[in-house]
Design a protein around this ligand. Sequence first.
Ligand SMILES: [Zn+2]
Length: 195
Amino acid sequence: MSELWTAPTNCRVEGCTQQAVLHINHYGDGVILGTEHLCASHGEWYMRLSEFSWHVPGGVPKSEKEPVQAVLFRSVFLDGQTTMAMILKEKAGDRVFILPGDYYTSAAVGQSLQESERPGSHTAMGMLLKASGTSLLRVTVDSCDDSGHYRTSVVIQTEKGIQNTLDLRPSDALALSHVCRVPFLVNPSLLWDAR
Ligand SMILES: [Zn+2]
């Protein structure tokens, strides 16, 4: 288990003596590049994100526009919050998609992105699909319902060409898309311009 919850850490910005309240994993090409610890002032961008979008916005309908590809960018823990956020960045732009979750969801996704000797849950899901001659075609976060749940359609296809669409949790869909090397698409109306 991570030390993040128990051990107070100072902000890692040189010369800063404030306590770090933000603990940020950086991702690139699906792997963790490193962890950053920041105080609220040096992590101002994340604090701003947490204020306006740490929770899922309710009732965003499916967009008429084409979904865009988003890639995992950061996962962020903020001290004193029970939820954390996975921040995905639009591949061809600067908008972000915020996926709130608990620590365990984030840890499960993180584990699935790492190469490991024994398969994690999402790798196992990918192995089962493959072994049954089924391929993952498409993963799209379509909309957000009134209770704040993202509707995520996961389209699979059997060898005979029969397609099925499943509604999975976006975090599972994200990890599975990574395992199967299929782009993770998001309805553009669910993206935030957070610059
Ligand atoms: Zn600082």
